[in-house]
Ligand binder design. Sequence first.
Ligand code: FAD
Length: 461
Amino acid sequence: MKNYDIIVIGGGPGGYVAAIKASQLGSKVALVEGDRIGGVCLNYGCIPTKTLLKSAKLYEDMLKSESFGIDLGDGASISVNWKNLMKRKTSVVDKIVGGVEQLVKHNGIDVYKGYASALDAHTVKVNDETITAKNIILATGSTVMVPDVIGLKESMTAGFVVDSTGAINLETQPKTMTILGGGVIAIEFATLFNSLGTEVTILQRSDEILKNLDADVRRTLQRHLESKGVKIITGAQLTRLDGGTVYYQVAGKEESILSDKILSSLGRVPNLKGFESLNLKVDKRGVVVDQHMETSVKGVYAIGDMCGKMMLAHVASAEALIAASAIHGSKEVIDYNKVPSCIYSFPEVGVIGYSEEAAIEAGYDVGTSMFPLTANGKAMAEGETTGFVKIVHDKKYGEVIGVHIVASHATDMIAEAAVSMELEGTIYDIAKTVHPHPTLSEIVMEAAHGAVDKPIHMIKR
Ligand code: FAD
């Protein structure tokens, strides 16, 4: 029986990062993975979707090429080559997974292929092997939730309904698609398929999509998606599915929609199978941990989606560093209010901290300032003027407590806000920070000027 300092179970952005960090800190580490290293993020989530979105954006831009002074020439036509689009996605994923496998290998980590179960807080079974360790880090992620809707499971089995993994592996492009759910993943797929020419309908139970975001952000995005032809039906209660037809009620009236494919994007649940013997404390989100990621069982840590705090890859990785460091005696913590979240729609969304509504509810003396992309030179040059930045600050000291960006590169731009908030930066700090010109990042500085006094490139009365 092989003995380790730490066994990490699950090789996603939580698990593989924890394994590498623990090894860097001097521990002898085993990493157990039942599927492919990289987890959902690299294989079925973040990376494949963004690779496909790049193709979709290129296609969308090419369709507009004449407005940029580029003629396609006589008889030229642009079309989506679905097979090659999928091929590129697979090759990008394989390359990144291969890179992570090398990282794991070169850090001297023993990799076990198979699904693990814990026999106790120090003993893990993989296939026919039993391994032991002083500490275990659980990082088994989450899986798609299939709610109890009549006919949903049957329509999935029959291939009418796919989940996100099915959607990134479709053999042909559907002409029509109905998306069940209006969360982040649903919106990314709506963007992807809409841009590639699929007719997309979103069915959302509540009265707005992206319910947790700042109202200005979610409304802008909803309007923009609708202007591009995405049909968004809110207040839709699913009643049943029959093959490719979804039945739902809006204001008490039954409606139905038939489409080539239905994407079920109704949430995710933590993977807890195999750890029943540990009797871990769980709540409705997942495994309960303390601020150093230790579970209710001493010496057993849990990170990432299985804890369900924020189901994001960078959160899983950040928690991995906390857990690995905690085992080695360093007691760091994460401030989840300073974690950015992104949506890879066109335009993108990057948000961090309090929305205006949440800040008011939390009792801050709230100030806000917005600056639109229509007044930004780089946005005009790129023909991408939908969007804005909104800074939410505490009037007392001007501390920035929330930043909300809708812009073509919002997912990159939000990092500036993250650093600023990590350093407890103020609107005065951002306003006086010289930003390069012409860049989209100038809108952050302009919004800060607007919060302090007046922006330069906008008439503020
Ligand atoms: P996972 O990545 O799920 O990894 C867990 C691993 O554990 C899996 O590989 C699984 O096979 C393995 N495992 C499970 N049980 C066992 C067991 N008993 N024994 C051995 N191995 C086991 N997040 C972002 O931050 N940005 C994005 O752009 C983004 N896009 C996404 C798009 C989609 C379509 C989806 C579905 C998710 C997306 N996410 C994104 C979320 C992100 O993928 C997850 O938050 C992240 O993968 C969680 O990491 P993790 O390590 O906790 O779990």
